[in-house]
Write a protein that binds this ligand. Structure first.
Ligand code: ATP
Ligand code: MG
Length: 450
């Protein structure tokens, strides 16, 4: 009631929340609900009008026959001849089995049957036409209905065939109706399945593509609109893939060309006078530049053609921990949930390795936590280092960006680590975020859909 008071919008949305979410289930509901409603209405009308009417008429006819027997019995001498004659006539002409029994009390009324159209109709008729105390049993013996009427000096016991009093074959119509609607529903289910499957396939393909997985033998199928959407998806995927390839190829080319020039630089450098003051600075710059290029080239190469496959993430985290310990760090690792996740194994390892190696560089303690929830895999890398100030947490993801040159001076970072890590996480449909760790340093959160 409260929902009603809140307006129809609320009721509808509450109803919507309870509805099944899948397209298949919803379409079935759309077909089945009107069908069941129609059946219910038709059945009700049928029972109400036709069935009750016929039953009432049949009961009336039987009751008239019984009334005639009662009348005859009351008018004729009460001897054996009369009862035998009545019995014979009833049996032969009225198809009623009758019996006159000595006067006795009628048995108590039994429990009324649950479904008591017959009981009701027959009782009404007897009360109206005969007007004597009576007892009926419409449930007892299956094929017969028993009626007892208390006369002045005897009890008349009548057995009538159930079909005589009751439109019992009406069940057949209901069965027909039920049967035919079952057939209709089955046909609807089969057709619907075929129509909905292409939509499900399209949804799965789009989802897989969003997670960076390979979409295998997906073809437009089904109704025109679904085909249209599928073709649009395929076209879109091609363009995205082309853009990716182009980016990689272009940067690859640039890096290659620059490497050639760098080599020339190095050669010229070798010819320079080693004792000049500029020599060392130049040497350093050239080294750094070639390291950057190598790092980028390695990334571009590795990215190219890896396939996503089921990977044991718990084992991967364990590997990272072992590595960190080998480097003299204090590292802990934990994993919750099903560790098998479909990812590009090498790329994902590189993503996590970049985060852990940053922590290794800046901190003493590293805690790696993996949690696989219903729809996401979340890996958190915590450390107790200096952290990254909030205003720089986006900047550090930029390629070649390094927070604090002084801090980084003696290590050979290029500033590509986080950029690459985020690229990989996004390729898997997820992302990386940075925060302050409970340990005091940086917390890096990798979250990808599974
Ligand atoms: N765990 C961390 N604690 C403190 N600062 C960090 C941490 N991780 C990254 N940073 C800062 O973010 C910058 C960018 O990190 P990124 O991994 O992209 O590059 P890098 O580590 O300098 O070089 P590379 O990873 O390519 O060797 C780092 O130079 C550092 O200043
Ligand atoms: Mg790094």
């Amino acid at each position: 009631m409260r929902e009603l008071a809140a307006g129809p919008g609320r009721v509808l949305s509450a109803l919507g929340d309870r509805m099944p979410k899948g397209l298949y289930a919803r379409s079935l509901l759309i077909i089945i609900t009107p069908m069941v409603l129609l059946q219910a209405i038709v059945t009700y009308m049928f029972m109400e009008k036709y069935w009750q009417g016929v039953t009432a008429r049949l009961s009336a006819a039987t009751t008239k026959d019984i009334a005639a027997i009662v009348e005859l019995y009351q008018q004729m001498p009460h001897d054996k001849g009369t009862t035998d004659l009545l019995q014979l006539v009833a049996q032969k002409q009225l198809a009623l089995g009758i019996e006159f029994r000595p006067l006795e009390d009628l048995p108590p009324r039994g429990a009324r049957p649950f479904f008591d159209i017959l009981d009701q109709a027959l009782s009404d008729e007897i009360r109206m036409r005969i007007g004597l105390p009576f007892w009926i049993d419409t449930v007892g013996r299956s094929d017969f209905v028993e009626i007892r009427v208390k006369l002045d000096d005897a009890v008349l016991r009548v057995f009538a065939r159930r079909s005589q009093t009751f439109a019992s074959n009406s069940y057949i119509y209901l069965l027909w109706m039920l049967g035919s609607s079952l057939i209709l529903i089955t046909v609807a289910i089969l057709f619907l399945r075929n129509q909905i499957r292409p939509i499900q396939q399209l949804a799965n393909a789009a989802q897989d593509f969003g997670k960076g997985r390979d979409v295998q033998n997906f073809r437009p199928r089904g109704a025109r609109e679904v085909r249209q959407a599928a073709s649009a998806f395929i076209e879109m995927r091609r363009r995205v893939e082309r853009a990716f390839e182009q980016r990689t190829a272009m940067l690859n080319g640039v890096s290659h060309d620059m490497r050639t020039i760098l080599t020339r630089f190095k050669l010229s450098l070798a010819l320079l006078d080693e004792s000049s003051p500029e020599y060392e600075d130049l040497q350093k710059d050239v080294d750094e530049m070639s390291r950057m290029l190598e790092a980028y080239l390695a990334f571009a190469r590795g990215d190219a053609a890896e396939q996503a496959e089921a990977t044991d993430i718990a084992a991967l985290l364990e590997e990272l921990r072992a590595n960190a310990i080998r480097h003299g760090q204090d590292a802990r690792v934990s994993f919750q949930g099903d560790p098998i996740v479909v990812v590009r194994p090498d790329a994902f390892r590189r993503c996590l390795t970049n985060l852990v190696s940053n922590a290794q560089r800046f901190a003493r303690t590293i805690v790696i936590t993996g949690v696989r929830e219903q729809r996401y895999l979340v890996v958190t890398v915590d450390d107790d280092g200096p952290g990254v100030p909030e205003e720089s947490r986006e900047d550090v993801f930029k390629p070649f960006f390094r927070l604090d040159e002084a801090r980084n001076q003696d290590h050979g970072g290029t500033g590509l680590g986080l950029a690459i890590a985020r690229d990989i996480a996004r390729f898997h449909g997820g992302d990386i975020t940075l925060a302050t760790s409970p340990l005091g340093g940086l917390r890096a959160n990798v979250r990808i859909p599974v």
